[in-house]
Ligand binder design. Sequence first.
Ligand code: SAM
Length: 380
Amino acid sequence: MVTSRASITIIKLPTLPHKGREREREREMELTQRGAIMEEEEELEIWNYTFGFVKIAVVKCAIELGIAEAIENHGGPMTLSELSSSLNCAPSSLHRIMRFLVHYRLFKETPTSHGSIAYEQTPMSRRLLTQGHNSLVALFLLESSPVMLAPWHRLGARVLAKEESAFETAHGKDLWSYTAVDEGHSKLLNDAMASMARGTVPAVIEGCPEMFDGIGSLVDVGGGNGTALGLLVKGFPWIRGINFDLPHVVCAADQEWHGVEHVGGDMFQSVPMADAVFIMQVLHDWGDNECIQILKKCRESIPKEKGKVIIVETIIEEEEEERDKLKFVRLMLDMVMMAHTNKGKERTLKEWDYVLGQAGFSRYNVKPIHAVQSVIEAFP
Ligand SMILES: C[S@@+](CC[C@H](N)C(=O)[O-])C[C@H]1O[C@@H](n2cnc3c(N)ncnc32)[C@H](O)[C@@H]1O
């Protein structure tokens, strides 16, 4: 029965037998407790948003000090006094930094035989080593550099102004014009891309080796310093690789890869001819119109009958996939594109379908791999 008094609505529940009422009361209490716990969790989570930048700043400080390197070179756990004398820094400040990093499980504390505490590496801190296959230092230093942080302060203005570029407002030119005249930042960017490629390319090789069968020559469009192509040619040694990027990028490519030649140029003008094109994390830097132009140039550079374009890019799922642990990374990358490029974005499958269709591709396959990105194999 429902009784209405002014704006208050009272719902009268039917009278339950004694046991039923007990159970109902227990259930109500359980729901109230659950609600309180959720509220408490949200209350705590908001601190993470408020002071989230602290984690970035402290990890950057750990990289600059070379904490992971010192422990690695020491060959085992280090006490505070060993670490502070090795890094030549004040023990009291270092203690506070280490307390923070241990709390977030970047390093671990371990007891020594003398009854004191020493710091040891974890799988996460090893990724803060400058050298090493899994190092994320270059990517971290790029993203936390003043140049890349400045546009984040313009994100709101960009959204309000619809088309304004946050990077251009902060620096007066777009990212690629900026790197063309700033050698240091260009190296930071190319090293960061190479560190990502060292994680993604092995996943491509493992996840879709069949895509590279029968390819004699492969051009990597926007291939940076050639790391991705170098790894592909190492995995599929029958391929002749052409690393294609802006002239200042290929000129500065410092590592020689067997079977890879470097060619400088502009992908909006033309792309070197090859049996197939590989293009990784380039199209997400551009809006749909530019993306279609680049894809058309890629299509023109491969044989009509047997050619293909292998695209490695993030695909944003439209459905909420509960088991997809990487969705938050993809959404973050989309925000990075909004801050750092003029019209770049991470695309949904529907959006990929649109640009591929407009660029004249007749069909395509999508293959998920063990990485943030998926592989799209598109045919002319
Ligand atoms: C996000 S990076 C990706 C690098 C590499 N594919 C990877 O995933 O490691 C984008 C690349 O596109 C290149 N690029 C930008 N504009 C270009 C153009 N007009 N022609 C050729 N390459 C270009 C940049 O120099 C940069 O190396």
